[in-house]
Ligand binder design. Sequence first.
Ligand code: AMP
Ligand code: MG
Length: 403
Amino acid sequence: MRSVDEHLAEVLQVVQPLAPLEVGLLDAHGCTLAEDVVAAMPLPGFDNSAMDGYAVRAADVTQAPTVLHVVGDVPAGPASPLRVQQGLCVRIMTGAMLPPGADTVVPVEHTDGGIAQVRIDQVPRPGQHVRRAGEDVQAGETVLANGSVLGAAQIGLAAAVGRARLFVRPKPRVVVLATGDELVEPGRPLLPGQIYDSNSVALTAACTEAGAQAYRVGIVQDDGRRLLDTLEDQLVRADLLVTSGGVSVGAYDVVKEVLSRLGTVGFHKVAMQPGMPQGFGVIGPDRTPVFGLPGNPVSALVSFEVFVRPALRRMLGAAQVHRPVVSAVAAETLRSPVGKRSYLRVRLEVRDGAYVVTPVSGPGSHLVAGLARANALAVLPEAVDEVAAGSPVQVMVLERRGS
Ligand code: AMP
Ligand code: MG
C-alpha cells in the first residue's frame, strides 16, 4: 500500500506543463498565459468624454445659468478638428476625444440640450466626466501576468490593448473511456445485469470543468485486444488518457492486465477511501500519461479530484493545482478507517458566519445520488478514525457546476 501523497507525488513528477503556443484570443479562452502581456499603449488611449454632453472650459462656467455658443459636434471615432476657445463649447458624445481647449464635460441632463447655443444649469466641477489617458493602464505596464488563467475579462483586456494573439499553454486534450462488459450507453435499453455507463460521462465533464479539452470515447468491452487497439487509436489526439474500471483483482479486470504488461504503468493499492486501486503511468511513443481509475462511480470521481485534476492543472501551467481547502465544523460525527485517508461526501454551508459540513451520503462507492448532492469532500487524515460532531475538519471545496 502507498499513501495518497506518494501516489500524487509520482503523478505530479511525471506530468509536465504543455509547451506554449501562440493562438488567437478566443482560442486562448480558458488557457493559461505563458507570457507577460505588456500594454503597448495606455488605456484610455486619449482623454475622452464619459458622458453625452458638452465639452467646455471650466473657467467659462463659474455660475449658472451660463449660455455658451456650440461650435460643432464631436462623435466617438474621429479626432476633433475643433478647438474650444473662450465662450465656446462643442457637443460631445460618450467616448469621443476631448477637443483641445476643453477640460470639462457638462452632461446633457444639466443643460437645455441646445444645438447652436446651450444653457448650462449647473456649475461643473473642473475636469468632471473626463476619462484621462492612462488612468486605467499605463503604456509599458504588465496587464496580465504569466501563469494567469484567461477568462472572459482577461482576453477582453488583451483585446483592449490591441493584442490579437497570445502565447498560452494549450488545454490538455484528454481522452476518456470506460471499460466493462456490463456497461450500456445511456438512452439504450438495459438487459438484466447491465448498467448505464455513467463514469465516462462524469469524468469527461470533470475534465472539461478542470480546463481540459475532453473527448469521451465511451464504452470499451472487457477485452484486452480491443482495449489496446482503442488506446492506440486514441493516442494521436491525447495529451492524457483516463480509463475507468478493470483495475482491481477480478477475473475480468483487463485494464490492469493489459497496461501492467506494458511495463510503464503501475497499479497500486493507495491508502484512501474511496478509490483504493489506482493505475498510473505512461504509454505510447510520446510517453502519454494514463490514469486507470477504479470503476465504482464515487471512487472514479474522487480519484479524479485527488489525482487527475491536479495533473490537468499542472499541464495547463496553473499556479494553483489543488482545490481550495477550508476548515469547517462537522455537524455530525464523521468516521474513517484508520490507516486510510477518507474523502467523505459532504454539503458545505455557512452557518452564523462559520463553515459547517454535513454528510450527504453513506460511504458506499456506488452511491452516486449522494455524490451529486455533495459540494465538498471532508478529508480525514490516515491517523484519524473519527471527527466528533462540533469538531473541526479539513474540507476540499469542489466548486463545480451544479454544486
Ligand atoms: P470494476 O472496477 O470494473 O470492477 O467496477 C467496479 C464497479 O463499478 C462495478 O460495480 C461496475 O459495474 C461499476 N462500474 C464500472 N464502470 C462503470 C461505469 N463506466 N459507469 C458506472 N459504473 C461502473
Ligand atoms: Mg469492470
